[in-house]
Design a protein around this ligand. Structure first.
Ligand code: PAF
Length: 282
């Protein structure tokens, strides 16, 4: 049976009686099929599954973005019940941040490019809240979507650098039939904006095909793929980059697997997506 918690001591008390391995899926709610894949993977691999639902104010650059972020706690709890989650942890802001904060987790280098270059403080907010959630829940395994590739790389590095005893599991991006990566923010798109947003997976698919086909100059790849993202009514490309998949640094030439990642504003909604691309060795 799924139990619901707002307070850290109540959750900790409850989890003490639960068998291990314990899995955590940290979320900001508005759960979609992508989150469901994370929960299902955790359910298969762990004895106890905890989902946290917390729209973390410290990772938003703009108050307006935080306020607009979709919230659907009743639906989220229903999803968790259906998928056999043991505990949902949905703390109020004051439970997570009871007073002024003097401590933050900063992961450098990996945050220099992509979203990190455009969202100052974002990954510090993410790393800090994830570290807090790890300390609160003490999971053996934690599940994150590969759609947020930079977030996943930051968390992997934080865990490694700080010797956090948790295994990080990345789960492949779930897409709609037309290619759009699932995201809680998709709910904010009008039907016309949703059609515009399809340019993002189209550009990334093109980049992937070009790299596989032997285009090894990242600038050439960006130019060719970027054509899909130019001149879109009501949309603005924030970045399209080709980086190494571990430290997320731009590459001078494509010689192995690379991450092609992009962020596109469609109206007031910022969408991100990525593909892992590999030149065909033959
Ligand atoms: O990916 C998210 O939903 C959030 O960034 C996370 C990992 C739950 C931290 O607030």
């Amino acid at each position: 049976m799924t139990k619901f918690f707002h307070s850290i001591p109540d959750l900790r008390g409850h989890l003490r009686r639960h068998p291990r391995p314990l899995a955590l899926i940290p979320t900001m709610g508005a759960l979609h099929a992508g989150h469901e894949r994370l929960i299902e993977a955790a359910r298969r691999e762990a004895a106890t599954v905890v989902v946290s639902v917390f729209v973390n104010p410290t990772q938003f650059n703009q108050r307006e973005d935080f306020e607009r972020y979709p919230r659907a706690l009743d639906d989220d709890v229903a999803v968790c019940r259906r998928l056999g989650v043991d505990a949902v942890f949905a703390p109020p802001d004051a439970e997570m941040y009871p007073g002024p904060r003097f401590t933050a987790v900063e992961v450098s280098r990996i945050t220099d490019h992509l979203c990190g270059a455009f969202r100052p403080g974002h990954f510090s907010g993410v790393a800090t809240v994830v570290a807090k959630l790890f300390n609160i829940v003490r999971p053996d395994r934690a599940y994150f979507g590969e759609k947020d590739a930079q977030q996943l790389a930051v968390i992997r590095r934080m865990v490694r650098d700080l010797d956090v005893p948790v295994q990080i599991v990345g789960v492949p991006t779930v897409r709609e039939a037309d290619g759009l990566a699932l995201s809680s923010r998709n709910r904010l798109l009008s039907p016309a904006e949703r059609r515009t947003a399809l340019a993002l997976p189209r550009a990334l698919r093109e980049a992937e095909a070009l790299i596989r086909g032997g285009m090894l100059d990242p600038d050439e790849v960006k130019r060719a793929a970027g054509r899909h993202l130019e001149g879109l009514a009501g949309a603005r490309l924030e970045y399209l980059e080709v980086v190494d998949p571990v430290e997320l640094q731009p590459v001078g030439r494509i010689e192995g697997p690379v991450l092609v990642a992009a962020a596109l504003w469609v109206g007031g909604t910022r969408l991100i997506d990525n593909v892992l691309a590999l030149p065909d060795p033959s």
